[in-house]
Design a protein around this ligand. Structure first.
Ligand SMILES: [Zn+2]
Length: 351
């Protein structure tokens, strides 16, 4: 006869075996990262680009002209580009295209599978109110939080593909009432699910300061928040104020400093990354390039403003241009590894 103790031992062993065999289609558990193909051990993410856009449906997917081969041709072009990004050393791309700017979750799933790159999709909202008269899931903190939680726990747009990060767009340096609703909803969803938050910020006007005040009112853990587009500032007081409070900085517009007459310059943006590393804050810096990969496939004459802002190397700018420059000005390999591998591994790991 099986004793109670033996029974418990056997059932524990069985549940460990079940956990090892758990299909990737399940929901992300604590300590895993949620990719579009299912939860993965965060140590498998590798070099991660934490703020990118593969292609949105509004501008590209559904409007790709038949003359050019339509959606199938476009998708094949994207996959070919993504393979190059993978060969350049990236392991994971985080796509921060939210529902209101044309996220297409089946497309992301397909290009992840075909390119061999991990991809993390986002819930959240880019504009408050949404652009182009799109209906909003809710105008209240509770309603929006419920929408974000649903996309994390159940899936996006009726699929079982789940979001692994919450993205919020704040266009002003002092969040409007509607933007505050989005921020507070993001905090509630983050607390309910253990997923991190990335915020589009107007760093040139120190938007992080007023956003942090709202996050702190809501009791948000700063180490689960990244203020993206921070390199538009170039002000070390601003940066140090935020990292000392525990926030991370997304340095993802560095290439924009290469355009003539742009302040801060590429060199200054890179210098700030070095100064942060020198001050012991490499663990608070993310490197990315906020590119819209789809734009690169357009012929020059119809490229829009946004496509022209993106670096010519597309998603390979960080590995091909920025990192070699950072090394040249004295950022150590160890700090680069912290910024590109260790920080994302920790940040995208579900609490
Ligand atoms: Zn972006």
């Amino acid at each position: 006869m099986t004793t109670r103790r033996e029974f418990l031992k056997q059932s524990a062993a069985a549940s460990i075996a079940a956990a090892l065999l758990r299909p990737v289609a399940g929901a992300a558990q604590t300590g895993t990262a949620q990719t579009v193909l299912g939860p993965v051990d965060p140590s498998r993410l590798g070099h991660t680009l934490p703020h990118e856009h593969i292609a949105d449906a509004l501008t590209f997917l559904n409007r790709w002209p038949k003359d050019w081969g339509g959606r199938a041709e476009f998708t094949a072009g994207i996959i070919a580009r993504l393979k190059l990004v993978r060969e350049a050393g990236a392991g994971t791309i985080v796509d921060l295209t939210s529902y209101d700017v044309g996220r297409d979750i089946r497309f992301l799933e397909e290009v992840s599978r075909e390119s061999g790159l991990h991809m993390i999709a986002s819930t959240g909202q880019r504009f408050f109110p949404p652009q182009k008269n799109l209906p909003t899931p809710s105008g209240t903190v509770e309603g929006l939080a419920a929408f974000f939680i649903k996309e994390i726990e159940q899936g996006i747009d009726g699929t079982s593909v789940k979001a692994g990060v919450i993205k919020i767009g704040i266009n002003t340096n002092r969040p409007t009432d509607l933007e505050q609703t989005g921020l507070r909803a993001a905090v509630r969803a983050s607390k309910a699910t253990g997923m991190p938050i990335r915020i589009h910020t107007d760093s040139a006007n120190r938007a992080g300061d007023s956003i942090a005040a709202i996050l702190e009112e809501e009791g948000m853990n700063p180490s689960r928040v990244s203020f993206d587009h921070s390199d538009g500032s170039g002000n070390m007081d601003y940066f140090l104020g935020l990292v000392r409070r525990g926030y991370a900085l997304g340095m993802d517009h560095v290439h924009r400093g290469l355009m003539p007459d742009t302040v801060p310059s590429f060199e200054r943006r890179a210098e700030c990354i070095k100064l942060l590393a020198d001050a012991g804050f490499a663990n608070k810096v993310f490197l990315s390039q906020d590119a819209e990969l789809g734009g690169l496939l357009l012929p020059d004459e119809i490229k829009d403003f946004r496509s022209k802002l993106d670096p010519p190397e597309g998603l390979a700018f960080t590995t091909r241009t920025l990192i070699p420059h950072l090394k040249q000005v004295g950022v150590s390999d160890r700090d680069i590894h912290t910024m590109t591998v260790e920080n994302p591994r920790r940040f995208f790991s579900r609490l």
